[in-house]
Design a protein around this ligand. Structure first.
Ligand code: MRU
Length: 376
């Protein structure tokens, strides 16, 4: 079974294939995106979702947008092509506001496109098509994310012990990334290292990413998983069923405040109340050092129907007022450590974050490779 969430099919004339995540867990359906508008709609409506996967899909979306301009009846000028690049990037940047990986990937695509334009002016040799260069960059973003997820898994697995109960919220698995995931990568890598875990998955209202996607992915990989309603997390902790929480992230500010799916902050507060370590697993592409704290992270507001008419059935009275923020911010004081592809950032301080992002080997030097299994 092909469970690759995001895939470019073919060469420069190819297209983007996504798993339509809104159809899981009952149907595994692929969405073939041949134009930028289809990619935009897929991101906005969460057919492709999860911070890294959104960034990868958008990078390929830029290729489709620019190819549309290149393939017109009249060969466009170089200036028209670079304009089409800027237009494609600006358009995709309005698809969703919170996950910084989207903007990070789009800025990489902008840089690659501008570099191409500079080279075309100076290069007397073989001119390269812009879309060719962009596809190369999108593939690099995709490949790097794959590698980052596996590294996160390796570092995170060392924090968990055989037989441990763990809890996660939303879906930070292979579906949300190039493959393997971030929070779920930690569980997969622990299992691959021979540690048996028992994972409690919050269903994650209102769109049920935990029930539909995390439970599905963990079952696919043979990880022992129990699904709970979000409101049950406190009781599960009180009963001593979990001794660590691992979640993903959509944007991490310079001080470590972390935006993730709505409900994450509540889980972090519960973990603190029960003395349970709360870990965030995310690649360095999820950090936004331009924001001093989580206060400035934009929180996506989504449609009322997600709450009143979830999955096709009305569950609230007509006309009721609804508030539906899709993300919340967990303050850094509640986060024990951040697991990224460069190691484990602990304690989470602005200095540790800055040094980890500046120096690729800093995390490893500071305990990333130490085996720090928690006692149960
Ligand atoms: O609205 P979603 O489903 O895109 O939200 C996703 C999350 O909050 C994930 O936990 C986060 O993006 C990390 S994915 C590796």
């Amino acid at each position: 079974m092909n469970t690759t969430s995001v895939e470019w099919v073919g060469g420069i004339e190819g297209h983007l294939r996504l798993i339509d995540q809104t159809r899981l867990p009952t149907e595994l359906v692929y969405l073939e995106c041949r134009d930028i508008e289809t990619v935009f709609e897929a991101i906005r409506s969460l057919r492709v979702r999860g911070a890294p996967a959104i960034g990868i899909a958008a990078a390929y979306g830029v290729c489709l947008g620019v190819r549309g301009a290149e393939d017109g009846p009249v060969a466009p000028s170089q200036e028209a092509l670079t304009q089409s690049l800027e237009k494609a990037i600006d358009y995709l940047a309005t698809s969703r506001p919170t996950a910084v990986n989207l903007f990070w990937a789009l800025e990489r695509m902008r840089g690659a496109g501008r570099q191409w334009a500079g080279q075309q002016l100076s290069d007397q040799q073989t001119p390269q098509r812009l879309v060719e260069r962009l596809l190369e960059e999108a593939r690099a973003i995709h490949e790097e994310d794959r590698a980052m997820c596996h590294a996160i898994g390796r570092y995170g697995a060392a924090l968990l012990a055989d037989g441990q109960g763990v809890l996660t919220h939303c879906n930070a698995g292979g579906l949300a990334t190039a493959e393997y995931g971030t929070a779920l990568a930690v569980f997969f890598a622990a299992q691959d290292a021979g540690k048996r875990l028992h994972v409690y998955a919050d269903e994650t209202r209102p769109l049920l990413q935990g029930a539909r996607l995390t439970a599905w992915e963990l079952k696919q990989r043979g990880v022992d998983v129990t699904l709970i309603c979000d409101s049950m997390a406190a009781q599960v902790m009180r009963e001593g069923r979990v001794s660590a929480v691992v979640v993903g992230a959509d944007r991490i500010a310079a001080n470590g405040d972390t935006a993730n799916k709505i409900g994450t902050y509540g889980v972090a507060l519960l973990a603190a109340a029960h003395g349970i370590p709360f870990y965030v697993a995310a690649p360095t592409s999820t950090f936004d050092l331009s924001l001093a704290s989580g206060e400035a992270i934009p929180i996506e507001q989504r449609a009322a129907q997600e709450i009143t008419h979830g999955f096709g059935r009305q569950t609230a009275p007509d006309g009721v007022q609804v508030y539906n923020p899709a993300f919340d911010v967990t303050p850094v004081r509640l986060i024990r450590a951040i697991i990224c592809e460069r190691g484990v950032i602990e304690p989470v301080t602005p200095e540790m974050i800055a040094r980890t992002l500046q120096d690729a080997s800093f995390g490893q030097k500071n305990g990333g490779q130490k085996d720090r299994e928690l006692s149960r």
